[in-house]
Design a protein around this ligand. Structure first.
Ligand SMILES: Nc1ncnc2c1ncn2[C@@H]1O[C@H](COP(=O)(O)OP(=O)(O)O)[C@@H](O)[C@H]1O
Ligand SMILES: [Mg+2]
Length: 246
C-alpha cells in the first residue's frame, strides 16, 4: 500500500460516543467511532439518513463535544478544552462546507470570503488579495464581485469552498456538498474537493449520497446506525469503479 510519504494524521477520533436529546428521550447517535483523517486525502462518507453523519462531522469539527471518547485535532487533545479554546481550534484548523452554501446574500463572492478571513483575524490590505486568490483557486477568478443571487448553485458552492479554504485550515469538513446540485455541477464540486485534498497539509472529509462521486475518493467510509460499517481505499483496491457502476 502506497501513501504519500509526507501525509500525516491530522484528526484522530477514538471511541466517540454521542448521546443527543434529554431523558427519557435520549438517543445514542454515535456508538463508538474510531476514525483518522490524513492530510493529502479525500475521504467520502456514505450512510443512510439518520445514521449519524452530520453529528460525527460536528464532533470532528469541534462544534459538538463527544459524550465519550477522545478527539485530537492537529496534535491537540480537545477533551479538557474550554469553549473558547475549542472555538480557537476550530477557527484555526477547520473549514466547513454545507449543502445549502450558507453565503451571506448581501455580500459579494469576495466579501463572503473576506468575512471568513476576518473571523480568523485576517484583515487589512492583504485580505482582499487573499480572498481573490482563494476564489481564483476554485475557478471563480472572473466572478469575485458577483452577488450570490446572480450565481448558479455550482458557483455558490465554489464560493463556499473558497471560504472554507480561507485562512488555510488543515481540515475541510463538507456535509453533503453536492446534494443541492445537478449531477454535472455535483461532480465538478467533488472533483474540486479532491484537488483541495491533494494539498499535503490538508485533509478533506465529505458526506455524499451520489455513487458517481466515489471515483474521487482516496477512502470511502460507510456509517450505519452510529457505527463505522466499512472502510475502503478504492484507488488501491479498484472498488470505486465497481461502486460507481451501481
Ligand atoms: N439535537 C438533536 N436532538 C436529538 N436527536 C438528534 C439531534 N440531532 C440529531 N438527532 C438524531 O440523531 C440521529 C443522527 O442524526 P444526524 O447526525 O443528523 O444523521 P445523518 O446526518 O446521518 O442524517 C437521528 O436519529 C437524528 O434524529
Ligand atoms: Mg446529515
Amino acid at each position: 500500500m502506497t501513501e504519500p510519504s509526507n501525509s500525516k494524521v491530522i484528526v484522530e477520533a477514538e471511541g466517540i460516543v454521542k448521546v443527543l436529546g434529554t431523558a427519557p428521550n435520549e438517543i445514542k447517535v454515535l456508538k463508538g467511532i474510531d476514525l483518522e483523517l490524513q492530510t493529502g486525502e479525500l475521504t467520502l462518507m456514505m450512510g443512510p439518513s439518520g445514521s449519524g453523519k452530520t453529528t460525527l462531522l460536528s464532533i470532528l469539527g469541534c462544534i459538538l463535544s463527544p459524550t465519550q471518547g477522545q478527539l485530537t485535532v492537529a496534535g491537540l487533545k480537545t477533551q479538557n478544552m474550554s469553549k473558547e479554546q475549542l472555538a480557537n481550534l476550530r477557527r484555526k484548523h477547520v473549514g466547513f462546507v454545507f449543502q445549502s452554501y450558507n453565503l451571506v446574500p448581501t455580500l459579494s463572492a469576495v466579501e463572503n470570503v473576506m468575512l471568513a478571513l476576518d473571523l480568523r483575524d485576517i484583515n487589512g490590505p492583504g485580505a482582499y488579495d487573499q480572498a481573490a486568490e482563494a476564489l481564483e483557486s476554485v475557478g471563480l477568478g472572473h466572478r469575485i464581485n458577483a452577488m450570490p443571487s446572480k450565481m448558479s448553485g455550482g458557483e455558490k458552492q465554489r464560493v463556499s469552498i473558497a471560504r472554507a479554504l480561507a485562512g488555510s485550515p488543515s481540515v475541510i469538513l463538507a456535509d453533503e456538498p453536492t446534494a443541492a446540485l445537478d449531477a454535472k455541477n455535483g461532480m465538478a464540486v467533488m472533483e474540486l474537493l479532491a484537488q483541495v485534498a491533494q494539498d499535503t497539509r490538508r485533509a478533506v472529509l465529505a458526506v455524499t449520497h451520489d455513487h458517481r462521486t466515489l471515483q474521487f475518493a482516496d477512502r470511502i467510509i460507510t456509517i450505519d446506525d452510529g457505527r463505522i460499517a466499512g472502510s475502503e481505499r478504492p484507488k488501491i483496491s479498484g472498488k470505486a469503479v465497481e461502486m460507481a457502476a451501481h
